[in-house]
Design a protein. Structure first.
Lengths: 338, 338
């Protein structure tokens, strides 16, 4: 049997830590066991809290290794300050454990900004990468999601950075979705090659000359159609579109309940529509996609939503195993140094 | 009775010209007559086509003045080239008519890029304005829409431009929605004042020092909540968010019909849900808002969607009258030169 893949889970990250982290880790472990995948999970965080949660949920303590970390990076901690002041945090020590070669991947649903900056500072960058980036999958009208990269890590970008995001995103989609030649599109204000701001124009030229499967400029309306597999933009645009998209569901719910409140017939209609709506909107659930990797760091760091449920944590851990097994980082280095 | 407000309607602009333009103009005229508002409408375009359409719809020809223009700027004409080569177009001659003082406003559902550039080149800019801008109303969960400005006119912006967009947007919302002190938010990746790219940081400082009712940074998720009345961003971000938002309805429809196709019960449920969905999504219809003005040009130029229906054209004309009557331009000049 091959060497186990060793994954460190930040038991203190996320709004519902350590409960959801431990339940998610347990579910992941069972999945790996059922599928004969050799994975070891190490929980890092405040030992007492972890042990209490394990006990509460009736999980056999022998399932996990536990590494104690005295401090916790809170969801509202300022990342740079947390990095300087909380050297005993589960985030810091967990990443250090990975850096030191005792683990192959790190997973956290904690303070996103802190997970990003700690990961970059502790793990460093893959040779050839200027800026690590995060990508997020958006659902589409097809059966495959689209990766939007950068989804918020880098708000000021040069054309060269966008180009690297495209390369990393393409490799990630190749490995995770199994698409041989992912179609890469540059998010812009029009399809013609003369469109866009200065940076988009320059990035367009870089993509055009590359060996990527670059399909050209795409527009905001093309993100959800599955026209491309990778949407490249800077993190300023990516973050705004991502948060806007997330708010659409809330908006629709508000509109639906406002409609229901206009009369008894409307109320009945809306009640009848509910299962249909729910069914139709399946697949827009972030839990299914689990976390997103910080691409370009010299290690595997999977970042999850603060509100991660056990299912989301489980999927983050599965994702970590996949990124290690499929050698995403080795491919990125090869592509960027060739 | 006061002098009439004279509005030139580009009868050749839009995908369904001149039919929808003429029907919309007629509906607008009836509205003005019923409300005792003194407006004269001049249709500009190919005389034969206009007269045929008027005749087809049984409209008394005396309702409108008609000004002949030999050429038509097509929806796919390159704006700069159309400006140089089609000097007899309804777009060019209509704006020139307005510029020469024979009309108070110009309305077109034609080629958006061409209407913008023709308007800027022919009408010039209001004193104090660096860059004319377009704003678009987004629906919100409250009863009032939010103006997103710039919605695509300027893809490369400096902080100063964003600041001017905020001023113009604030005045426009004041006049059109009757909000005395519109809340202005800067679209950014986080609420803290330290967030954002270089331009957003610089713009934040300008807004902070201003007399506008600036509420600070807002995020993508705040656009649809009605937290602010004016959302300021550059036209690159604005265009992408606008097109993304427009595609959400198509996306939902696709999801709903995919759900309906999974079985007979799902089909029945979705059929039952249809009126509810339609009712709930009322107010997301661009037709209701009519066109958007190109703010900052030295004149009134209302730009409509290429697919404008008669109702949309009618509302564009009503909007033109309102912008003239409420002296939006005079207020912008006063604010930017004080």
């Amino acid at each position: 049997m091959a060497q186990p893949i060793r994954i460190v889970v930040d038991a203190m990250g996320g709004d519902f830590a350590p409960q959801n982290e431990i339940l998610g880790a347990y579910q992941a472990l069972r999945y790996f066991q059922e599928h004969n995948i050799n994975v070891e999970i190490l929980l890092i965080g405040q030992q007492d809290a972890i042990q209490t949660a394990i006990h509460q949920h009736g999980i056999a303590p022998s399932q996990f290794s536990i590494l104690h970390a005295d401090e916790v990076v809170a969801m509202d901690d300022e990342p740079a300050q947390a990095f300087r002041k909380k050297r005993q945090s589960s985030l810091y020590l967990g990443l250090q454990h990975h850096k030191d070669g005792h683990a192959d991947a790190f997973v956290s649903a904690g303070n996103t900004g802190a997970v990003m900056s700690h990961s970059t500072l502790i793990l460093g960058r893959i040779t050839g990468v200027s800026r690590p980036t995060i990508g997020t999958f958006f659902p589409t009208t097809t059966s495959q999601p689209t990766l939007v990269v950068d989804a918020g890590a880098n708000v000021d970008c040069k054309a060269k950075h966008l180009f690297e995001f495209g390369i990393m995103g393409s490799i990630y989609v190749q490995c995770i979705l199994g698409i041989e030649r992912p179609r890469v599109g540059l998010l812009n204000v029009g399809e013609e090659d003369s469109k866009g701001n200065d940076i988009a124009l320059e990035a367009y030229a870089l993509f055009r000359q590359s060996t990527l499967n670059f399909v050209g400029n795409i527009e905001g309306r093309d993100i959800l159609t599955g026209t491309v597999d990778v949407v490249v933009c800077d993190g300023f645009v990516g973050n705004i579109v991502l948060k806007f998209a997330e708010s659409m569901l809330t908006f629709l719910k508000a509109k639906f309940s406002a409609f229901a409140s206009t009369g008894i017939i409307q109320k009945l209609l809306m009640a009848a529509a509910k299962p249909a709506l729910k069914g139709a909107l399946t697949g827009m659930n972030y839990e299914d996609y689990g976390g997103v990797p910080l691409l370009g760091v010299n290690g595997v760091s999977i970042i999850g939503h603060g509100k991660s449920t056990p299912l989301a944590v489980k999927n983050m851990i599965l994702r970590a195993e996949e990124v290690v097994r499929k050698e995403v980082n080795q491919r990125i280095e090869a592509a960027l140094t060739s």
